[in-house]
Design a protein around this ligand. Sequence first.
Ligand SMILES: C[S@@+](CC[C@H](N)C(=O)[O-])C[C@H]1O[C@@H](n2cnc3c(N)ncnc32)[C@H](O)[C@@H]1O
Length: 330
Amino acid sequence: MRYLGSKTLLVNQIERLVFQCCEKGVFFDPFGGIGTVGSHMKKAGFRVISSDLLLFAHYFQKSKIECNYLPDFGNLMPKMREPEKMESYMNSQVQKDGWLVEEYAVKRKYFTLENAYAIQGCIDQIWEWRAQESINETEYAILIASLIQAMDCVANTAGTYYAYLKEFYRKAKNKFMFRLMSPIYGDKDCICRHGDANELIKEFSCDVLYLDPPYNERDYGSYYHLPETIANGKVPKPKGKSGVFSDGRTRSLYTIKSQAEAAFCDLVHNSKSKYILFHYTDEGLIPIEGARNILRNIGRTEEYYFNCKGYHTTTDDRKSKHHIFKVDRT
Ligand SMILES: C[S@@+](CC[C@H](N)C(=O)[O-])C[C@H]1O[C@@H](n2cnc3c(N)ncnc32)[C@H](O)[C@@H]1O
């Protein structure tokens, strides 16, 4: 799944910087998004701790990082307990009446009707299993993350759920196919949490703290409202042309110009790590001199630049360089 601000194309450069700090230990990624950097560092042999404010992103992290293998879905009927059987069962689900069909296919062109029927069928089934307590929290997380990943492959959007395209785009005409997400195999006891980085930072010590907060005013909760609604398991009340549903959640301080620097300062001062890697974006909400002062106060600071065409929403952003601060506190 494409994700706003994803570092998919930079994971090897990030890994090289991490290895300059240490070759094993605990890697903490509190703004982990859908787990791209965390899963890479798990593969590289680190014990990963990660978190995110969004529940759906947390479920992606849990599926890839916290799980070392697929759960057995032991309380479901035997016919669902093998991955291929679960996939074919989910792919046989069809529900023509429901909020997703009505709000996001009939009223708004996020999905073709046929795909919306299939997605609605999967949502209803997974929510029902959870209500009946036939699946545990990890099983729910894997099913939801798998569903969202599959749904995203046929969403009629330019990448996020902030708006849909006027005409059905090529990818939206493909047939929805549910596929179970595969956990990254590993033997480390990784931890994924749902919550605010500024709170979780007080709980964990680590060797390398990787900080990749939002860098502009785009609110992830609005851009990914539909995946978040599905993860939350509650029927939404969508509004406006795009059908954004916010459920009264609070906005991240990192997306508010007047608050971002203070939030960052508080986070850094409460952190317990040997090294910090801060993924900074020039022209972001935190002024460069502010970031430098905060980091130089706590350790020896070096700055690195990478050129990379990551996933961004505007052509201008594509030209921007990635800027990483490395802080050594040993
Ligand atoms: C730039 S993205 C991270 C991208 C990620 N490194 C990747 O490669 O996919 C920033 C993430 O921080 C999350 N976020 C924003 N404010 C947060 C907070 N206060 N605590 C935890 N996560 C937060 C957003 O939901 C988003 O997933």
